[in-house]
Design a binder for this molecule. Structure first.
Ligand SMILES: Cc1cc2nc3c(=O)[nH]c(=O)nc-3n(C[C@H](O)[C@H](O)[C@H](O)COP(=O)(O)OP(=O)(O)OC[C@H]3O[C@@H](n4cnc5c(N)ncnc54)[C@H](O)[C@@H]3O)c2cc1C
Length: 421
């Protein structure tokens, strides 16, 4: 293990849920670790206010055979769950071309299987971290209920659930009696619901609280955190195929860090950060929204984590707060809040659960999902032997991060892993 403060076994770039879990597993493997983030604390960007679901049951990627038709249908609607705003950006067009290829049935099936496997491992590791490190993050282990108001969509979900069961995800098809038994808050809407699936093993919780609590554990394990530091460059030696240093810039100016291994977990910014070094990643931001409503003691707010298929919204009760998240906007790197989309989400919540909480005190948020066309993250080595990737977790970073970080830490420990970019 290295001793000098500027020389580490592993530098992790990015302190979102993905970077922090990668740092944790490397520390647990006995490495000295330094984490760099431009924000003043962990989890302040895309991991800040997400939907809260730890959902193996959401393993089916957006790129699936029904996606092109749905996207065309939504193209001109300002409040559509998925919105594409064309830009003069070749990266956006290339990403969309790859997305369309990944919609082919065989590819989508293979990706679903891969995501189920990683998500199941990851969910188990989140539970292990919770037990080993004894912290809480408004977690709930009441499963995820995915309900449908459209018969056609429900029927299409049945074979997907079957495929997931084949790969080990306990997503079962249930009737409306069972829906109301699992989530009494849906009783008033019972007549609208045509069917549902339920995954008892899935969970929910506040990803920000988890990330920040785990960052504290990492500090106790000896991890060094350079917050408010921007990673500006890599000292990359193309000929030797290795990264010799990382340049960072903080309140006291520039600093050069050295490490045996470097992990990139910069979310959406991984792709532009690595482009100058010839590492090309198909990661494009998919902007999503969340609203958080204080339940203020309401006893009719849902307590089970829910997915409303029609509006592509997820609901998680985070102890005193109802978090509702969804929508995807391919519009570049802007996090601007679009009022129409905020109000569309709020309208849906009020319609479904009119007495769920104090709507006057709703807070709105947007975040940029670091999305790959297949929704499979990059976990492995680059053309530089000591430059590793744990990034591109898209819609499922909270679900998949613990598992991908665990896999990556073991690759770093073994000194070998698959070449992924
Ligand atoms: C609306 C919405 C709902 C979601 N719901 C769910 C859900 O229910 N379940 C689920 O599993 N996932 C969900 N997700 C996805 C999940 O939130 C993301 O996949 C996850 O947060 C990505 O984590 P990350 O660590 O890769 O990225 P981030 O959290 O964005 O972390 C990247 C970090 O890198 C830092 N950084 C970037 N560039 C630099 C630089 N040059 N120098 C220094 N630091 C830098 C940033 O400050 C940031 O802290 C949702 C996402 C959204 C937007």
């Amino acid at each position: 293990m290295s001793q000098s403060t500027d020389h580490f076994d592993v530098i992790v770039l990015g302190a979102g849920v993905v970077g922090i879990t990668a740092a944790y597993w490397n520390l647990r493997n006995g490495k000295s670790v330094c984490v760099v983030d431009r924000q003043p604390a962990a989890g302040l960007e895309t991991s800040f206010a997400n939907g809260g679901q730890v959902s193996v049951s959401h393993a089916e990627p957006w790129a699936n055979p029904s996606a092109p038709f749905k996207v065309l249908k939504w193209l001109l609607r300002g409040d559509a769950p998925l919105l594409f705003r064309p830009r003069l950006d070749p990266h956006q067009w290339l990403w969309i071309a790859k997305f369309l290829v990944d919609c082919l049935p065989r590819r989508a099936g293979r990706h679903t299987a891969e995501i189920v496997k990683l998500a199941t491992e990851s969910r188990g590791l989140i539970q292990k971290i919770r037990a080993d490190e004894a912290f809480h993050y408004d977690e709930r282990s009441k499963g995820i209920l995915h309900f449908y108001r459209n018969k056609h969509e429900f029927e299409a979900a049945i074979p997907v659930a079957e495929l997931m069961r084949k790969y080990g995800c306990d997503r079962t098809v249930i009737d409306t009696d069972k829906v109301v038994e699992i989530e009494p808050a849906l009783a008033e809407k019972r007549a609208e619901i045509v069917g549902a699936t339920y995954t008892a093993g899935d969970e929910s919780g506040d990803a920000l609280k988890f990330t920040q609590a785990l960052a504290q554990v990492c500090e106790k394990l000896g991890g060094v955190f350079l917050y408010s530091h921007q990673a500006t460059a890599l000292g990359a030696d193309k000929a030797a195929g290795e990264v010799r240093s990382v340049e960072v810039c903080g309140p006291n100016g520039y600093r050069t860090l050295r490490a045996r291994d470097v992990v990139v977990s910069l979310g959406c910014w991984s792709a532009p950060f690595l482009r100058p070094y010839g590492v090309r990643l198909s990661i494009y931001p998919a902007k999503g929204y969340s609203v958080t409503i204080p339940t203020d003691g309401s006893n009719v707010a849902p307590v089970t984590s829910l997915t409303d298929d029609e509006y592509k919204l997820v609901y998680s009760n985070l102890g005193g707060r109802l978090r509702v998240a969804g929508t995807a906007e391919l519009s570049g790197y802007t996090r601007e809040l679009n009022e129409t989309r905020c109000q569309a989400i709020l309208r849906n919540v009020k319609n479904l659960f009119p007495r769920a909480g104090n709507f006057e005190r709703t807070t709105f948020w947007t975040g940029l999902r670091p999305t790959t066309p297949s929704n499979i993250p990059y976990v492995g080595r680059t053309r530089y032997r000591n430059l590793w990737l744990d990034t591109g977790h898209g819609t499922l970073g909270w679900t998949l991060g613990a598992g991908s970080g665990f896999r990556l830490a073991n690759m770093i420990g073994a000194g070998e892993g698959p070449l992924v970019a």
